[in-house]
Design a protein around this ligand. Structure first.
Ligand SMILES: Cc1cc2nc3c(=O)[nH]c(=O)nc-3n(C[C@H](O)[C@H](O)[C@H](O)COP(=O)(O)OP(=O)(O)OC[C@H]3O[C@@H](n4cnc5c(N)ncnc54)[C@H](O)[C@@H]3O)c2cc1C
Length: 242
């Protein structure tokens, strides 16, 4: 399974963008506990709306503050948070925004209407190996030994991601599940289903009804769900309604 790990340490947004060597930059300011409420329109230029101010609170319910962008704002609040902020900013379906008292600035009915979820089913099997991840959770001596090995050498089991193998398959075109529907995959060689395999359970609590048995795990993800839902049916839309 592909993970971005270098010298025994996994890379993340925090380590790659906010690590000590980056956070020192004079042109980077990180606000903690800032909850964005909406974007404010600065005006229109050549028929295009310009949103260059971000309105936010420090913590939920704190006083509202604003920051202004000289050039541009990148909105990246996730699959629910991004449409939530757009809708609060008056960018969305006119009828829906009016119903909750938000003035429409840009009538864009598609905002928040294409949320897709990828079902992910975790199946566990008991195995006779004892060299599996959950040993670390169960045995404090093993955990301390592995942590020491990682601390001193950046080697050992703690270097691994949870999933260490993956496989992708296509459902044959003749399968009844399509029922005359268009193939939802991105292309003729693109998988419909992903399997990710792990030599053990890495999460706690561990099952208690089978003693200290070890596990092998195969998780299956539907990669191309055709089902869509709307973020206006999700709770966050109303929590910041203005
Ligand atoms: C279980 C799972 C497994 C995945 N596995 C993979 C994988 O193996 N490979 C892969 O490429 N992708 C994977 N993804 C998808 C990947 O995580 C997302 O595509 C990616 O995180 C999206 O990044 P983002 O920055 O757009 O949004 P997010 O990572 O969702 O970040 C949005 C951030 O905005 C914050 N936020 C939301 N609203 C506000 C607000 N009003 N004010 C301030 N902050 C706010 C949120 O707290 C969050 O921190 C997986 C996703 C899940 C759920």
């Amino acid at each position: 399974m592909v993970s971005t790990i270098g010298k025994g340490v996994r890379s993340s947004s925090a380590t790659s963008y906010l690590g000590p060597q980056f956070i020192e930059r004079r042109n980077l300011h990180v606000l903690l506990h800032a909850q964005v409420a909406r974007l404010l329109r600065a005006g229109s230029s050549r028929g295009k709306h310009e949103f260059k101010t971000v309105e936010f609170t420090e913590g939920v319910g704190g006083p509202r503050r604003t920051v202004k962008a000289r050039k541009e704002i990148i909105l990246s609040a996730g699959s629910i948070g991004s449409p939530h902020i757009l809708l609060n900013s008056g960018i969305g379906d006119n009828a829906e925004l009016s119903r909750v008292g938000i003035k429409t600035l840009v009538h864009l009915p598609s905002v928040g209407k294409n949320l897709s979820d990828h079902p992910f089913v975790v199946n566990q099997w008991v195995v006779n190996s004892t060299n599996t991840f959950e040993t670390i959770n169960r045995n404090a001596t093993v955990a301390a030994r592995d942590l020491q090995q990682w601390s001193e050498t950046k080697m050992g089991p703690l270097v691994d991601g949870t999933f260490n193998h993956a496989g992708w398959i296509r459902v044959p075109r003749s399968a009844g599940i399509f029922g005359g529907l268009l193939d939802p995959a991105a292309g003729p060689n693109t998988a419909h289903v992903e399997f990710v395999i792990s030599n053990g359970l890495s999460h706690v609590p561990l099952p208690t009804n089978i003693g200290n048995m070890s596990f092998f795990v195969i998780s299956t993800a539907v990669l191309t769900p055709v089902s869509r839902t709307s973020s206006s049916t999700c709770p966050p839309f109303s929590t910041l309604a203005l």
